[in-house]
Design a protein. Structure first.
Length: 530
């Protein structure tokens, strides 16, 4: 009897131990339901940015006389890398630069163009490269051009004349001037932003919100009367310093320009100055919070907007990236400005940003990584060649594959909390609660499914069941992974430690795919659902 009691106690204990082992070993779950639609992913979220800053234009995009350049002076290696990244839209010519740029300086015979002091980044601007050079480049790159007008030191008339130069076929003076400069057909620039970061005290000709909206509204009127089909982007918040009030800025901009603009531009730069991996990996969630706040404001102002036949206002994250190392006065001026050397953790943050844009596809309809080459950029050159930085690879994977409908997916996995930390240099602080180790987005397109997963865990692979709630997975899923030997791994001219690797395909079992996401990785799974 005594023995029997002991045996029963032992059995109960064994069941309990087995049970707890099962609980701790439970797979994470990612549930996919193709009926739960967020919105159409706009291809313009895979944009980039070319600014007259450091070696982005001169020595990056454009290096006449170099054996690596083509007949127009464009670096062929850079152009190829840009084309391979499938850049859907490219913003030009700034950035802070544009607020002291007069576009007429950059057109006409090159030997007659005059050099200017460039005050935003302390350079000499030779003006060898301007509107028409950029447009030639954009055509070669197969990218949609997106111009920013000077709302700082420029006038509304100057903005109108630039639209006339670019978009009016013939007749008025500036349209004829373009023809005289060798471009008989208009460039047809559809996207125009009304200035850059006008909320920033650092901006040449910075304005307060009230003055900005007055100027932007009148500029918009003249520009649209010149070219009615254009889309206009208002300069939303970029100043998130502790003493700034970005919400007040955005509210004024949206209220006063709600009948006029098509997008509000937001900017975000994040960093890891304290070398805290987990804090840093959560920073894209700050972008998501800000997106939701501005989406709420848009919803509010739209109720009283008069926009016959036009879409609602959307968000353009027209500058985003990791930027914190090249932030000293010295590293922010001259011809070698903003040359960040990226590592694996930066690439994972970029994948996180792209997941945010997809998860908010109903409102985020444009995004531009800042910038294309050399300046906080995925492509890096010297006079002998180039290499692809770590951040190149996630962007390339997304822009090559993630098109269709963004799905509202359910993720169940372990989470972590961050400390209070600075999002980037000079920025406000944040504290993120319950950050999921698996950061996920999914896109569905006529039976094809793309699932994007960042495993934020530094040390642990995470096994997950991807469960199809509607229909079944069919066949195998292709697997692409961006990873590297450790989180600080970088690429350089002579090595590529972080890149995309195609792994063995994973077989689906009816409505479940079980996959183990390696520590500190980004994985894209691509297959079909029926
Ligand atoms: O992309 C670098 C700079 O960051 C841009 O010129 C400016 O708009 C922002 O502050």
């Amino acid at each position: 009897m005594k023995n029997l009691k002991k045996r029963i106690q032992l059995m109960v204990l064994m069941v309990a131990v087995a049970g707890s082992a099962l609980v701790t070993a439970q797979n994470a779950r990612i549930k996919i339901d193709t009926d739960r639609v967020i919105g159409e992913v706009d291809k313009l979220i895979y944009g980039n940015f070319v600014e007259h800053l450091g070696r982005c234009v001169y020595g990056g995009v454009y290096e006449p006389g170099s054996p690596l350049s083509d007949e127009d002076g464009f670096r062929k290696d850079v152009l190829q890398a840009a084309k391979d990244m499938n850049v859907t839209i490219t913003r030009y010519p700034g950035g802070n630069f544009v607020s002291n740029y007069h576009w007429l300086d950059g057109v006409g015979p090159v030997d007659e163009r005059i050099p200017r002091m460039e005050l935003a980044w302390a350079r000499l601007e030779t003006n060898e490269f301007g509107t028409n050079e950029f447009m030639k480049y954009a055509r070669k790159m197969n990218t949609e051009p997106y111009f920013a007008v000077n709302m700082g030191t420029g006038t509304i008339e100057e903005a109108q004349r630039w639209v006339e130069y670019c978009n009016v076929k013939e007749g008025p003076y500036f349209a004829e001037l373009r023809k005289k400069h060798g471009f008989p057909e208009p460039h047809q620039i559809k996207y125009w932003s009304l200035g850059n970061e006008m909320d920033g005290f650092w901006q040449m000709g910075h304005l307060n919100a009230e003055d900005y909206v007055k100027k932007a509204r009148e500029a918009a009127k003249l520009m649209r009367l010149t070219s009615p089909e254009i889309k206009l982007i208002a300069a939303g918040s970029s100043n998130y310093r502790p003493d700034a009030n970005p919400d007040a800025w955005n509210r004024t901009i949206l209220t006063e320009l709600r009948d006029v603009v098509d997008y509000i531009a937001l900017h975000i730069y994040v960093g890891n100055p304290d070398n805290n991996y987990y804090n840093f990996l959560s920073t894209p969630l700050v972008c998501e919070e800000r997106t939701k706040i501005v989406k709420g404001m848009i919803g509010e102002v739209m109720q009283n907007a008069h926009r016959p036949g036009r879409d609602p206002i959307y968000i353009a994250w027209d500058e985003y990236n990791v930027w914190y190392r090249a932030r000293t006065d010295e590293l922010m001026s001259g011809t070698r400005a903003l040359e960040e050397h990226y590592n694996l953790e930066d690439a994972l943050v970029i994948a996180g940003f792209l997941n945010v844009f997809i998860r908010n596809a109903d409102i985020v309809k444009m995004a531009n990584m800042a910038q294309l080459v050399n300046v906080i950029a995925p492509i890096f050159t010297n006079e002998k060649g180039m290499f692809k930085q770590t951040i190149y690879y996630p962007l390339q994977l997304f822009s090559g594959n993630a098109y269709g409908t963004s799905l509202d997916i359910f993720v169940d996995c372990e989470t972590y909390d961050t400390d209070e930390f600075f999002i980037g240099l000079g920025e406000q602080t944040t504290r993120q609660q319950e950050v999921p180790y698996l950061d996920v987005s999914a896109v569905y397109n006529n039976g094809e499914l793309v699932v994007n997963v960042v495993n934020r865990h530094r040390d642990k692979a995470i096994k997950a069941d991807i469960i199809c709630q509607t229909g079944k997975f069919t066949g195998s899923f292709e697997v692409f992974e961006v990873n590297g030997p450790d989180i600080k791994a970088t690429n350089d001219f002579d090595r590529e430690d972080v890149k995309t690797v195609q792994k063995d395909p994973v077989k689906s079992k009816g409505s479940i795919i079980t996959y183990t996401f390696p520590a500190h990785s980004f994985t894209m799974l691509k297959g079909t659902v029926e």
